[in-house]
Design a protein around this ligand. Structure first.
Ligand code: NDP
Length: 309
């Protein structure tokens, strides 16, 4: 096989690293699946814009391959990597150090290699807060939020809502126990009473239509933090008939075109956005961690918008 336009590497490639390219690959994203990730386009545009002569690539790394892949980073002179599904929670145990953002989220999405050590960070929560501000011109502290999901992304988002003192937080998950556990972890943030009427400030709810229907009237922002929508055939995580014009709907999924949830929300007269803005801001924050300098947001945004067309 001719040298693939190697934009997808594997653990085997890392173990036998001889990536031939004009600019050495010293950054990347580990995930499985990862072929659909737009991080390389965005980060390579940032590197180029800043005159940093190195590249960022995709690495298809399975769950059981993560320890070996991470171990290889210092000797290969990597600056760092991003992590996506399914690695964020598993990676937490594999770091030499974690910062406060990763410790609180219990998950790592950005790793910086420093003095041969792996330092873990989590930029998803802050990236989400910036995305909401950008898309809807509101701050989380003013919102009543329904988060769909209780996995890595949902944890970071729910934690950010808690830290920003959101008015209300409701967590729904298919595995209800996980939603309840996450709500319990966040309870200390919601101790302060607020005048909200008959609904509690913090609540876990089961994944079913009656529960969603009741909550919709009592929230402002609905966030999809499940992978539903990644595939064209996926239904929206919440029934279209429940969506209402007062809502803001944020789908962390970014796929080509609109997800079913975003389309249904717009149809219902609600404001809606997909996860490209969160991808942008979590990526900009990662860039700042790696290089201790401001990220070129304009170049990153432009690269993302042409890659997602
Ligand atoms: P995880 O695997 O950690 O969590 C997945 C969550 O989705 C769980 O709560 C799971 O519920 C739920 N879920 C999965 N399948 C279904 C289903 N068929 N029906 C209902 N619920 C389901 O993944 P992450 O949290 O890391 O990522 C989730 C998604 O968030 C990603 O697919 C990605 O699209 C998006 N994301 C976007 C980012 C961005 O920058 N825009 C950043 C990070 C993530 P259960 O516990 O019951 O299994």
């Amino acid at each position: 096989m001719p040298e693939r336009m190697k934009d997808l590497f594997t653990l085997g490639d890392l173990k036998n690293w001889k990536a031939k390219s004009k600019t050495p690959i010293r950054l990347g994203v580990f995930g499985d699946p990862v072929a659909q990730s737009l991080s390389p386009q965005m980060q390579n545009a940032a590197l180029e814009n800043c005159g940093l002569s190195m590249g960022y690539a995709r690495f298809e790394i399975g769950a059981d391959e993560l320890p070996a892949a991470l171990e290889s980073l210092p000797e290969l002179n990597f600056v760092g990597v991003n992590l996506t599904v399914p690695h964020k929670i598993a990676a937490f145990q594999l770091m030499d150090e974690v910062d406060e953002s990763a410790r609180q989220a219990g998950a790592v999405n950005t790793i910086k290699v420093e003095n041969e050590k792996l330092r873990g960070f989590n930029t998803d929560g802050k990236g989400f807060a910036r995305a909401i501000r950008e898309e809807f011109s509101v701050d989380l502290r003013d919102l009543r939020v329904l988060v769909l999901g209780a996995g890595g992304a949902a944890r970071a988002i729910a934690l950010e809502c808690a830290k920003e003192n959101a008015e209300r937080l409701v967590i729904a998950n298919r595995d209800f126990e996980k939603a309840k556990n996450l709500a319990e972890e966040l309870r200390p943030f919601f101790a302060e009473a607020r005048v909200l009427g008959p609904v509690p400030r913090l609540q876990a709810i089961p994944w079913d239509e009656p529960a969603f229907r009741f909550q919709i009237a009592n929230v402002d922002l609905v966030v999809n933090a499940t992978p539903l929508g990644l595939h064209h055939a996926d239904a929206a995580p919440i029934s279209a008939r429940l969506l209402a014009p007062h809502l803001m709907v944020y789908d962390t999924v970014y796929s080509h075109g609109q997800t079913a949830l975003v389309s249904a929300a717009i149809e219902a007269g609600a404001r809606a956005a997909n996860g490209l803005s969160m991808l942008l801001h979590q990526g900009a924050l990662a860039f700042e961690i790696w290089f201790d300098r401001a990220a070129p947001l304009g170049a990153m945004r432009e690269a993302l918008s042409s890659a997602s067309r």
